[in-house]
Ligand binder design. Structure first.
Ligand SMILES: Nc1nc2c(c(=O)[nH]1)N(C=O)[C@@H](CNc1ccc(C(=O)N[C@@H](CCC(=O)O)C(=O)O)cc1)CN2
Ligand SMILES: Nc1ncnc2c1ncn2[C@@H]1O[C@H](COP(=O)(O)OP(=O)(O)OP(=O)(O)O)[C@@H](O)[C@H]1O
Length: 209
């Protein structure tokens, strides 16, 4: 690897990586009871937001690694005839995401990180995939956030790559980042590829940048 593409010399630890580890450790330390209460408080807040009340097509995620759980919303969304989508790792290591319709009976497989996702090996998947610009709303899992509305993810750049188009004019989904309140930090560094969010919602607050 050339020295230029390396953000930090290999003999000094990357501070972003250390912070990510610490924030992931915090959310994994939450008890099942704390997780359940946080998910309820989060979903109560989300149900009040215009972004979600207006949406017909919503992408969410199945929680992993202690992430705050948006799945209590699923029944409410279905009652409103909202179509639900899940992120799927795009094959051929482009490190970006597809969004695939998720319903009762969707065949699921575990991706390379062990997270269940709709099985795109099945012939029907093309029809169930929606171009990302056509979603009304994406709920993104966050590892960290700050009061300015900046976010940090798992570090793969999957969401950033998949949402880079939102900086250009044209139709685009609203973006809400979701996190536990314990993932809030004073200030996160901003990277040039970081896609701005419309809001961040935790179990304790809503931040609109
Ligand atoms: N629930 C959920 N689904 C999601 C994401 C997410 O963050 N949360 N993603 C958001 O991008 C995508 C998957 N991205 C991920 C990126 C890294 C790791 C992860 O655990 N990395 C390990 C290293 C694992 C390995 O390389 O074998 C680690 O950092 O410890 C997991 C998911 C799509 N689906
Ligand atoms: N639009 C993009 N095009 C190419 N590479 C990108 C893009 N966005 C991010 N990346 C790369 O992805 C890597 C991870 O980015 P970063 O640490 O910001 O991830 P993250 O925001 O925590 O993850 P995620 O977006 O999956 O939630 C960076 O090294 C960056 O170079």
């Amino acid at each position: 690897m050339s020295g230029l593409s390396k953000p930090f010399p290999s003999d000094s630890p990357d501070p972003r990586r250390q912070l990510r580890q610490e924030l992931r450790r915090r959310r994994r330390a939450l008890t099942p009871n704390q997780q359940r209460n946080a998910a309820r408080a989060l979903c109560r807040r989300l149900r009040q937001l215009p972004e979600i009340r207006r949406a017909r097509r919503v992408a969410l995620y199945l929680p992993n690694d202690g992430e705050i759980d948006p799945s209590p919303l699923i029944a409410w969304l279905k009652d409103r005839s909202v179509r639900i989508y899940l992120p799927v790792l795009k094959p051929l290591s482009s490190n970006s995401l597809w969004f695939v319709h998720y319903h009762r009976g969707t065949p699921m497989v575990r991706n390379r990180f062990g997270i269940p996702e709709p099985d795109t090996q099945h012939g029907a998947h093309r029809a169930r995939r929606l171009p990302t610009w056509a979603l009304d709303l994406i709920l993104l899992p966050l590892v960290g956030f700050d009061d300015q509305g900046q976010r940090m993810g798992m570090g793969g750049g999957f969401y950033d790559r998949s949402l880079a188009f939102t900086r250009r004019p044209g139709p685009r989904p609203r973006l809400l980042g979701l996190a536990h309140e314990c993932q809030r930090v004073e200030q996160l560094p901003v990277a040039p590829w970081d896609v701005p969010l419309d809001a961040i919602v935790s179990d304790a607050r809503i931040i609109r940048p």
